[in-house]
Design a protein around this ligand. Structure first.
Ligand code: 4FN
Length: 220
């Protein structure tokens, strides 16, 4: 009997994950025991009666940092649920996420713990517990939750059996590195005078392939 891989997200905003964890692909992946998705509420590991999780930086500076103790306790708690899980820190300093990483994470069979930051970042000492630092791109975000959801989505859809016959040849050609993304059309043939290119209606598969190649954009 196979046991589902655990994907746990440590966050101050567990509700943000609800819509994502309950979408149809994620729902089916969980029902079929491919994955078990859960959140760990960082607030529960906060210090004192106020459940404090953030404090001002030593040496001065604007804003607040996530304190090491609550993060340490939350990660330790998640590790107890899945001792072999890899801890992934969502940070703009991390390695840029890409399709080939999504593929290897999907193939790994590992559980993952996604640590999502808030405020201005983390107390550096949390890196002692971190296996990988990951970024989804170079822009300012309010928190690591959207990156974690993006990464979870990109991994789960690659777990064998999660998407039945729904894997697209278009997308597969993308992940091959050739990276072709060509213009596509569906009905109607003519929308207020905006027409579908004749070649796509011609049924000449060779000509269609040629047209798509000529009109492909190279991503990256
Ligand atoms: N962001 C930049 C420089 C300095 C700060 C940030 C920034 C959320 C906790 C981190 C951002 C982007 C991609 C996590 C950005 C990501 C985050 C991510 C992220 C709150 C501290 C913060 C030079 C990149 C513009 C806020 C650059 N992938 N700080 O966004 O967590 O995972």
């Amino acid at each position: 009997m196979k046991t589902a891989r655990k994907f746990q997200a440590i966050t101050l905003f567990p509700d943000m994950f609800k819509g994502i964890f309950e979408n149809s692909m994620m729902w089916k992946a969980q029902k079929d025991q491919h994955v078990e998705l859960s959140t760990v509420d960082l607030r529960e590991f906060g210090l004192g009666p106020r459940r404090q999780v953030d404090d001002t930086p030593y040496g001065g500076g604007d804003g607040m940092l996530l304190m090491v103790e609550p993060l340490w306790s939350a990660i330790t708690s998640a590790k107890e649920a899945d001792p072999t899980a890899k801890v992934l820190l969502m940070t703009p300093r991390g390695q840029r996420w890409k399709q080939s990483l999504a593929q290897s994470y999907a193939d790994s069979g590992q559980g993952y713990i996604f640590v999502c930051g808030r405020y201005e970042g983390y107390d550096e000492r949390i890196l002692e517990l971190v296996d990988e630092e990951i970024s989804v791109g170079d822009y300012v975000l309010t928190g690591g939750e959207l990156p974690a959801m993006t990464i979870i989505d990109s991994i789960v859809r690659l777990i064998p059996g999660v998407l039945g016959g729904e894997t697209s040849a278009v997308i597969e050609s993308f992940s091959d590195g050739e990276t072709l993304e060509f213009p596509q059309y569906t009905r109607p043939e003519d929308f207020n005078g905006l027409k579908v290119p004749d070649v796509l209606l011609s049924g000449h598969h060779g000509e269609i392939a040629k047209w798509r190649k000529q009109n492909s954009k190279k991503a990256v």
